[in-house]
Design a protein around this ligand. Sequence first.
Ligand code: AMP
Length: 227
Amino acid sequence: MDGMTTTIAPVLILLGPPGAGKGTQARMLEEQFGLVQLSTGDLLRAAVANGTEAGKQAKAVMEAGDLVSDEIVIAILRDRLAEPDCAKGVILDGFPRTTVQAQALDALLAESGQRINAAISLDVDDAAMVTRISGRTTCGGCGEGYHDSFKQPKTAGTCDKCGGTEFKRRADDNAETVASRLEAYHAQTAPLIDYYARAGALSRIDAMGEIQTIATDLAAIVKTTTA
Ligand code: AMP
C-alpha cells in the first residue's frame, strides 16, 4: 500500500444510514469551515461514469444497494486523500462503512502521526428514510442537493447555488434498493458507532429535525473537536 505523506487536519467522519443527511450537512460544513467533503459514493459514481476498472466492478454492486469491496473503496479514498486540497481538512461522508475500512483509515492517518478528530453519528428513524431518499434530487451543474418536500430551490426548477436548471435523481434512490442499503448499514456500518465510542471519538446528534438545527448542533461539535 502506498503511504500518505500529506498532513490532513482536521479529519471528521459523518456516520448514519442513507438519507440521514450526511451529504447535505457535509456540504454545509465544507462551506462554513473550509473543509473538503469526501464522499466515497460520489467518487464511486464518478468511477462508474468514467468507466474505470474500479467503476466497472462497482456498478452492479451499487445498483443492488450492497457495499462495494473494501479493497476498491480504500484504494479510491487513499488516492483522494493524497491530493493537496485535503490538507486543509476533510469531512468524510459515507466512509468508513465497515470495520475493515475504519481500521484502514486509522492506519493511513497514523502513518503521518494523525488521528480522527471526531466521528459524528446522525441518528434517525429508519421508517423516515425511504421518504427522505425517494424525494432527493441533485443539481446537475454544482451537485447541490434538494428534496421534493424538505428542501426545494427558492425558485422552482433553478438551483439556488449555480442557477442550473438540470436536476438528477440517483439510480439507486428507489424503494427496493433503499431497503438493501438500510440493511447493509445496520449489518456492516452501525457497529462503527461502538468502534468510535471505544476510541473516545464518538458524538451523536438527533438528525430527525430541521436541516438548519442539525447544522447548528453539528457545527458546535466540529468547533469543540477541532479547537
Ligand atoms: P452513498 O452515495 O454514500 O449513498 O453511496 C452509494 C453507494 O456507493 C452505496 O450504496 C455503496 O454501494 C457504495 N459505497 C459508497 N461508499 C462506500 C463505502 N465506504 N464502502 C462500500 N461501498 C460504498
